[in-house]
Design a binder for this molecule. Structure first.
Ligand code: PFF
Ligand code: NA
Length: 452
């Protein structure tokens, strides 16, 4: 028997799984998504998606990893020879993400630095688009685009260093450092945020339910999309991480803890972000809805502006971007581990070689995104990955397991043999029927908006 690497402790695994789940998606994706899709009412489809798809799939992936003790491709091939490609599809998606995700982490590092002198001046939007990204005509900071390669390379050194050291001494150690630090830093920010003048206006805007939105199919699609992305499901990550669990591990309980911890962090981020947006709205005498901009805009354009107006601005700006850095780094380590593990098993090479080849190739490609041409591509790649790549990976996965291999019952027995909470028919129903239907609908919905 091979001697598979293992986590040192149960907490080590949980911190790594939570570290993968908690990422940029919680801090900038969730608050804007919830706000745009019904505010307080969004929690209905969101909780439904968490309980019927998110946690059941997490249990399934943990069980697959734990049972077959292999990377995602090999786990699938052990279930059925013809299914290995599903694992590789997931690994490929993770690989692609790992070529541009570090760019956004690198921006965070630069913005943490800029915060100290609120270097973006009075016009953060102009600074971001013009001077920083150099997308407009030559800005005064034009040279900064190549400068992003410095934090980018530092990030890669950190990621490859921890990956190279292995599961317990590397990945677990990194998460033991990053995740508690992230929680403390983020808590400081949220406490500061909710005590700003105008915070309540922001929270009002965030939680105000628009009940009509529940009848809107696209709101449900958004809720499922958020849950999949946020829990790092169907990316080969959770299968890989759980393959390093000791034989005696409570799978089901671990999945519930990971799911709820991630959602709690999401809620916390929503409260923090909207408290700050309320402050901004009051300062500039506008409605909260006027200052919300999703995604990249929120983090790198709206926040810098707000930070400039805050008391002790440099310090809090630094903490905010440091938390993006920590959250991003632990997710980045998890995405990259999928192909390190996959390559290692496929070609029977050492971990060091797999890190060198897989990580090295991703590093080289990521350099391209730091250039002008690459930046234009980043948005498009991200769009296709999130709208098609992940939904398809999830769909392939549940259909293959539930309908082709018919292994749900088998996996249920395995999970039940090590877990306190026993799975019932509801679990097989969620995975065999509800989730494939919703994912299929999601794909069609995405294609339809594409055509119209
Ligand atoms: N789950 C992470 C988040 O919510 O930000 C994002 C993520 C990490 C997605 C790793 C995909 C991934 F492979
Ligand atoms: Na998340």
């Amino acid at each position: 028997m091979e001697n598979r690497s293992q986590w040192g402790t149960r907490l080590g695994f949980l911190l790594a799984a939570i570290g993968s789940a908690v990422g940029l998606g919680n801090i900038w994706r969730f608050p804007a998504t919830a706000f745009e899709n019904g505010g307080g009412a969004f929690f209905v489809p969101y909780l439904f998606a968490l309980l019927t798809a998110g946690i059941p799939l997490l249990i399934m992936e943990y069980t697959i990893g734990h049972k077959y003790r292999s990377s995602s491709p090999r786990s699938f091939s052990k279930i059925s020879k013809g299914m290995e490609w599903i694992g590789w599809w997931q690994v490929l998606i993770s690989f692609v993400i790992s070529t541009y995700y570090p760019i956004i982490i690198a921006w965070s590092v630069m913005y943490a630095y800029f915060s100290l002198g609120t270097q973006w001046g009075d016009d953060p939007t102009g600074f971001f688009v013009g001077d920083f990204l150099n997308l407009a005509d030559a800005g005064t900071f034009g040279s900064i685009v190549p400068a992003v390669m410095i934090p980018l390379l530092i990030i890669w050194v950190i990621v490859l260093f921890f990956l190279g050291r292995g599961v317990k001494k590397g990945i677990e150690l990194a998460n033991r450092i990053f995740i508690p630090t992230l929680f403390i830093v983020f808590l400081i920010i949220v406490i500061r945020a909710v005590t700003l003048p105008g915070a309540m206006e922001g929270l009002d805007a965030f939680f105000k339910p628009d009940w009509g939105s529940i009848a809107d199919g696209s709101v449900w699609v958004a809720a499922y999309g958020q849950i999949f992305f946020s829990l790092s499901i169907a990316f080969a990550i959770m299968i890989t991480y759980s393959s390093y669990l000791p034989k005696k591990s409570d799978i089901t309980n671990n999945a519930f803890i990971t799911g709820f911890a991630n959602s709690s962090f999401e809620l916390l981020a929503g409260i923090g972000v909207f408290a700050v947006l309320g402050f901004m709205a009051v300062q500039s005498n506008t409605a909260v809805s006027e200052v919300v901009a999703g995604g990249v805009g929120l983090a790198f354009m709206v926040f810098p502006e707000i930070i400039s107006q805050m008391p002790a601005s440099g310090f809090f700006g630094f903490l905010f971007f440091a938390s993006l850095f920590l959250a991003g780094l632990s997710s980045m380590i998890s995405i990259s581990e999928t192909y390190v593990a996959g390559l290692q098993e496929k070609f029977s090479i050492s971990r060091g070689k797999a890190v060198l080849f897989g990580g090295g190739l991703a590093l080289l490609i990521s350099l391209f995104y730091a250039t002008q041409g690459g930046l234009n591509l980043l948005d498009t790649v991200d769009y296709f990955i999130n709208n098609y790549g992940v939904a398809l990976a999830g769909l392939f996965e549940v259909v293959a397991i539930a309908w082709f291999a018919r292994s749900l019952k088998d996996l249920q027995n395995h999970a039940d043999s090590v877990s306190d909470i026993k799975l019932g028919i509801w679990w097989r129903l969620c995975l065999g029927v509800i989730t494939p239907l919703v994912l299929g609908y999601m794909m069609l919905q995405n294609l339809r908006t594409e055509v119209s």
